[in-house]
Design a protein around this ligand. Structure first.
Ligand code: ATP
Length: 903
C-alpha cells in the first residue's frame, strides 16, 4: 500500500518529484492512464426517445383515429376516409418529429451549458504553478490544494497546513476530517489520513499532494461505477403543465364523449363520430406545450449564459423572475477584485502612498510625512520600516507574480501585497517556510512562520483584519525599537484604521514576532488596499431598485469600508449591521429590520448568511444570494436562488443553482431580466396555443344546435393545432425582454404561469374573437353565395369552400394574435426589434394558406377548395378587432402598473 511508504518511495514509485512532472512526460502518461474522468454511466438512446413519441397516450389516440378511418374506408369506400387516415398518420409523424426535435434541442442546449462548468485543478509541473483542466491530471502530478477545492484525483500529501477534508461523497460522513502526513494505522486507502481523494472537498487549510490514482482507478471512480444514475426530479413548471394537461385532458375526454354520442345519434355514423371525437380530444389537449416550454427555458438559459449567468437547473430561470431581494458579496461582485495597495501607515505616525496602477506598472512609494518631520526626512528614516512591513506582508502569502511575464496567481489581496513590496524593493532574501496558520474568513487573519537563511531564529509574519490582529499585539515598532502598546496608541491605530476605511480602503494590519505562536505580537503597520467598484454596477443597482428588488451587501470586510463602497455603487443604506450585532438580535427583531430597512451587513461570518436567507424567506421574500466560499454553501442551498461565483470554490459551485461566470453583479440583474422575460414568454405562448382551441370547438358545437353544415373538418383542426400554430408559438417563447420588464414588481411567488389571466386572454378574449371570425367567414360566405338557412344538402365543392373560410378565419386571427401577444403589456406599436422566428412562422402560415387555396393535392388532403377572391374580405374584420381589443386590454394593464405602489 503506497500510502504507508515513506514519501521518497512514493515519488520514486510514481516517477515524480516535489517539483512535479516534466511537461514532456504528460502526453505519454495521459496515453497510458487515460483522461482523469469517469465514463458516463448511461447515455440517452435517441432512437428510443424518438420511438417513444409514437407510443404515448395522445399519439395513440390519433393512431386509433387513423385506423378507424381506414376501417371506415373499407366499409364505405369513396368517402375520402382513406385520405383522412393518411393525413392523421402524417399528423402523428409531424408532431412526433417536431416534439422530438424540441426535446433534442433542449437537451443539447443543456449539455452545452454544462460543458461551461469546467473542473480545473492547480498543479505544479516543472516547478511551475499552473491551472489545468481536471481531466488532464495524471499520476505523478503535484496537486496544489486550497480551501474550497474539490480534489481532482487520489493523492498522497507531502505538505499539509490545517487541511480538513469533507469526505461525504465517499463515506457519507459530513464532519470534515483533519489530514496530516501520517497514515495512522489505516489498513485501506479510504482510512489513510495522509491521503486526499477525488471528489472530496477541502473545507479548510491548504497543502501539496502527489497524485497516485486518476479517473476510474480513484476511490470515487470505484463507487461511481457501482451507483446507478440518479433520477431527475420534476421542476414546478413541469408539474404545473402536467397538472394543467390532466385537467384539459379530462375536459377534452368529457367533450369527446359528448360529441361522440351527439354525432352518433344525429346519424353521422359510428366510425366517423369516433374519429371526430378522438381527434377533437387530441387537438384540444396542448400536449406540445411542455416541449415548447422546455425549449424556451433552455433557450433562455443559453441567452443567460451569453450574459455570463450559467443556470444549472432550468427551474431557477423561472424563480429568478420572482426574486425580491438580492444579497450580494462585495469583493469581486460589486467591486473588481483587483486590489492595489495605495496607502500605508506606520505606528510612528508616518503616512505613505504609492503610485502605479495595476499589477505590472512601475510605481514609487512617497511619504506624506509625520508629526515633526518633513516628507523628505520621513523617507530616509521610515523607508526601512515600510520595507519591513511589506516584506512581512509579502512572505505571508500564497500568491505568485511573474513581473517579466506579467502573470500572476492567487488571491488578489495577496498579489497586491507582492506588487507593493516589489515597488519598495522589499526583498526578503532566502527563507524557508516552517509552518502556516491558514487564512479563513472566520479568523480574518493568516500567519506564516519562516526561517531566514543563515539566521538561527524563526520569525512569524502576521496579516489580517485589525480587530483580529491588534488584540494579539502587545508592542509596536517605533523608530528606536519596540514600544509597549498602551491605550493611547491603540486608540490612535483604531482612528487611523477608520480613516482609511472611510475612504473605501480594505485595511490589513501587519504584525510580527520572533518565534512561534499567534500571541505577544509586535504591531508594525497598516496597509490600505483599493478595490474599485466594477463598471456598470451602479446602473445595475439602480435598475434593481426600479424593478422593486432590494439589494443588500453582505461582506466580511470592515463596516466602514463596506459602507463607503456601498455608497459608491448607489446602495440604499438605512443601517449597517455587523456579525456581532446580529448575534445580539433576536429572530423577531432581525426579521423586523429585514422587512423595514435597507440593511448592509459587514464583518459577517458565512454561517450568518444562512440565518439572513431564512429570515428573509419567513418575511415572504424570494431570495437570491451570492457566495463563493465553502462555508457559503448552506446559505446558497437555502436561498431560493443560490448564486455561486465562477471564480469561487467548487463546493460553492456545486451548491448554487446558478454560476456567475464573470462574478459580476451586473450579470445577476441580467439574469433576473431574462427570468422575468421567460416567465412572460411562456404565458404568451400558452395563451396563443389555447386561443385556437375556441374556433375549433365552437363551430362544431353550433353545428349541432343550428341547422348548418359542419363548419370545420377533423383534419383541419389537426392542421391548426399540429401545423400552423407550432412555429409562431415557438417564436413567442423566444421573444426579447419587454421594455418595462424591469420597471414592474417581481413576479409573485405564488403567481402561477398558467393562471386565470392566461385562460382569460386565451379562451375568453382572443379565443372568442377567433370563434367569431371562423363563424363570420363561414356563414358570411354561405349567405353571400345564396345559401338558405337550414339547407344541409349542399355540394361537396361548395361545402369545402365554406370550410376553407372557417379554417382561414381561425388562421388569420392567429396571425394577428401572435403579433399582439409579442408583448404581455406593451403596445405592439412600441415594440423594438423584430422576432425572426415569428416572421418565419407567419411566412409558413401564408404559404400554407396559398396551398390550401390553390394547390389541388393539398386541397384533397385538407378538404379545402379555392374561394373566389371577392369573398376574402370576410377574413379581415375579426383579426383587426382581436388586435384592437387586446391592445386596449394591455393599455389598461399598463395603467394599472403605472399606478402600482409596492406594499
Ligand atoms: P466579501 O465577503 O465581500 O468577499 P471580503 O473579501 O472582505 O468580503 P473575506 O475574504 O472573508 O471577506 O475577508 C475578511 C477580512 O479578512 C478582510 O476584510 C481582511 O481584513 C481579511 N483578509 C482578507 N484576505 C486576507 C488574507 N489573504 N490574509 C489575511 N487577511 C485577509
Amino acid at each position: 500500500m503506497l500510502f504507508k511508504q515513506p514519501i521518497e518511495k512514493v515519488f520514486a514509485e510514481v516517477k515524480s518529484s516535489p517539483k512535479g512532472l516534466h511537461n514532456g512526460e504528460i502526453d505519454r502518461r495521459l496515453r497510458d492512464f487515460g483522461p482523469n474522468q469517469i465514463a458516463q454511466t448511461k447515455k440517452k438512446d435517441y432512437r428510443i426517445e424518438y420511438l417513444k413519441e409514437y407510443i404515448s397516450f395522445f399519439p395513440i389516440l390519433l393512431e386509433v383515429a387513423g385506423l378507424l378511418a381506414l376501417v371506415a374506408h373499407y366499409f364505405q369506400p369513396g368517402e375520402g376516409n382513406d385520405i383522412l387516415a393518411y393525413a392523421v398518420f402524417a399528423a402523428v409523424f409531424i408532431n412526433a418529429t417536431f416534439t422530438f426535435w424540441q426535446k433534442f434541442k433542449a437537451d443539447k442546449a443543456m449539455e452545452a451549458l454544462l460543458k461551461l462548468v469546467k473542473s480545473e485543478a492547480m498543479v505544479l509541473r516543472d516547478g511551475e504553478t499552473m491551472t489545468i483542466d481536471a481531466r488532464d491530471v495524471v499520476p505523478g502530478d503535484i496537486l496544489i490544494l486550497s480551501e474550497g477545492d474539490k480534489v481532482a484525483a487520489d493523492a498522497i500529501l507531502f505538505e499539509s497546513n490545517d487541511l480538513y477534508l469533507n469526505l461525504s461523497v465517499l463515506n457519507g460522513e459530513s464532519t470534515p476530517s483533519l489530514r496530516n502526513l501520517n497514515h495512522g494505522d489505516a489498513t485501506r486507502e479510504l482510512d489513510a489520513k495522509n491521503m486526499v481523494f477525488a471528489g472530496a472537498a477541502i473545507t479548510n487549510g491548504n497543502g501539496l499532494a502527489v497524485v497516485v490514482a486518476t479517473g476510474e482507478a480513484t476511490e470515487f471512480g470505484k463507487i461511481a461505477r457501482m451507483t446507478a444514475e440518479v433520477g431527475k426530479t420534476e421542476t414546478p413548471i413541469e408539474k404545473e403543465i402536467k397538472h394543467m394537461t390532466k385537467i384539459l385532458t379530462l375536459l377534452a375526454l368529457g367533450a369527446g364523449v359528448v360529441f361522440f354520442l351527439l354525432g352518433w345519434f344525429s346519424d353521422r355514423g359510428l366510425l366517423i363520430s369516433a374519429i371526430f371525437a378522438l381527434s377533437l380530444i387530441v387537438a384540444n389537449v396542448p400536449e406540445g406545450l411542455l416541449p415548447t416550454i422546455t425549449l424556451s427555458l433552455s433557450l433562455a438559459s443559453q441567452r443567460m449564459a451569453r450574459r455570463q449567468a450559467l443556470i444549472k437547473n432550468l427551474n431557477s430561470v423561472e424563480t429568478l423572475g420572482s426574486a425580491t431581494v438580492i444579497c450580494s458579496d462585495k469583493t469581486g461582485t460589486l467591486t473588481q477584485n483587483e486590489m492595489t495597495v495605495q496607502t500605508a501607515w506606520l505606528p510612528n505616525g508616518c503616512g505613505c502612498s504609492v503610485t502605479g496602477k495595476g499589477y505590472y506598472e512601475d510605481g514609487e512609494w512617497q511619504f506624506t510625512g509625520e508629526p515633526g518631520r518633513s516628507p523628505h526626512e520621513s523617507k530616509s528614516t521610515t523607508f526601512p520600516s515600510l520595507q519591513r512591513v511589506l516584506q512581512l506582508a509579502a512572505i505571508n502569502t500564497h500568491a505568485q507574480v511573474d513581473f517579466k511575464a506579467k502573470t500572476s496567481f492567487g488571491d488578489p489581496t495577496e498579489i497586491a501585497l507582492l506588487v507593493a513590496a516589489q515597488k519598495a524593493q522589499a526583498e526578503f532574501g532566502d527563507w524557508e517556510k516552517v509552518k502556516e496558520y491558514a487564512f479563513s474568513s472566520e479568523r480574518k487573519m493568516m500567519s506564516t512562520l519562516v526561517k531566514p537563511a543563515g539566521e538561527y531564529k524563526e520569525s512569524l509574519a502576521v496579516k489580517g483584519a485589525l480587530e483580529a490582529v491588534l488584540p494579539l499585539c502587545n508592542h509596536w515598532q517605533g523608530d528606536s525599537g519596540l514600544q509597549p502598546l498602551d491605550s493611547d496608541k491603540i486608540a490612535e491605530i483604531n482612528r487611523q484604521n477608520e480613516k482609511m476605511a472611510a475612504q473605501a480602503y480594505r485595511v490589513l494590519a501587519i504584525a510580527t514576532k520572533v518565534g512561534d505562536g499567534e500571541n505577544d505580537l509586535v504591531f508594525v503597520g497598516l496597509l490600505g488596499l483599493m478595490d474599485p467598484p466594477r463598471n456598470g454596477v451602479k446602473e445595475a443597482v439602480a435598475q434593481c431598485y426600479s424593478a422593486h428588488i432590494r439589494v443588500m451587501m453582505i461582506t466580511g470586510d470592515n463596516p466602514i469600508t463596506a459602507r463607503a463602497i456601498g455608497e459608491k455603487v448607489g446602495l440604499k443604506i438605512d443601517e449597517v449591521l455587523t456579525g456581532h450585532d446580529l448575534d445580539h438580535l433576536g429572530d423577531d427583531q432581525l426579521r423586523g429590520k429585514l422587512r423595514d430597512k435597507h440593511l448592509l451587513f459587514a464583518r459577517m461570518a458565512s454561517a450568518q448568511k444562512l440565518r439572513i436567507a431564512q429570515l428573509l424567506q419567513d418575511n415572504g421574500e424570494v431570495v437570491a444570494m451570492t457566495g463563493d466560499g465553502v462555508n457559503d454553501s448552506p446559505a446558497l442551498k437555502k436561498a431560493d436562488i443560490g448564486i455561486a461565483m465562477g471564480s469561487g470554490t467548487d463546493v460553492a459551485k456545486e451548491s448554487g443553482d446558478m454560476i456567475l461566470l464573470d462574478d459580476n453583479f451586473k450579470s445577476i440583474v441580467a439574469a433576473v431580466e431574462e427570468g422575468r422575460t421567460v416567465y412572460f414568454n411562456i404565458k404568451k405562448l400558452t395563451t396563443y396555443i389555447l386561443s385556437s382551441n375556441v374556433p375549433e370547438i365552437v363551430p362544431y358545437i353550433l353545428s349541432f344546435f343550428l341547422k348548418i353544415p359542419l363548419p370545420l373538418s377533423v383534419i383541419q383542426i389537426l392542421l391548426i393545432d399540429l401545423g400552423t400554430d407550432q412555429l409562431p408559438g415557438l417564436g413567442l417563447g423566444s421573444e426579447k425582454p419587454e421594455k418595462h420588464i424591469m420597471k414592474r414588481p417581481p413576479v409573485g411567488k405564488d403567481e402561477k404561469i398558467l393562471d386565470r389571466e392566461v385562460f382569460k386572454r386565451g379562451y375568453f378574449m382572443n379565443g372568442m374573437f377567433e370563434a367569431g371570425a371562423a363563424m363570420f367567414a363561414f356563414l358570411g360566405f354561405l349567405f353571400l353565395t345564396g345559401w338558405e338557412y337550414g339547407n344541409l344538402d349542399i355540394s361537396d365543392e361548395y361545402h369545402r369552400q365554406a370550410m376553407t373560410m372557417t379554417l382561414l378565419g381561425a388562421i388569420t386571427c392567429q396571425m394577428a394574435n401572435v403579433f399582439t401577444l409579442r408583448s404581455w403589456e406593451d403596445s405592439l406599436w412600441n415594440l423594438q426589434g423584430t422576432n425572426k422566428m415569428i416572421w418565419f412562422g407567419v411566412g409558413t402560415e401564408v404559404f400554407f394558406v396559398l396551398l390550401i387555396l390553390y394547390a389541388p393535392p393539398v386541397q384533397t388532403v385538407f378538404n379545402t377548395a379555392t374561394v373566389p377572391l371577392e369573398y376574402l374580405w370576410l377574413l379581415i374584420p375579426f383579426p383587426i378587432l382581436l388586435l384592437l381589443n387586446h391592445e386596449w386590454y394591455k393599455k389598461r394593464q399598463r395603467e394599472k402598473w403605472a399606478n402600482y405602489v409596492p406594499a
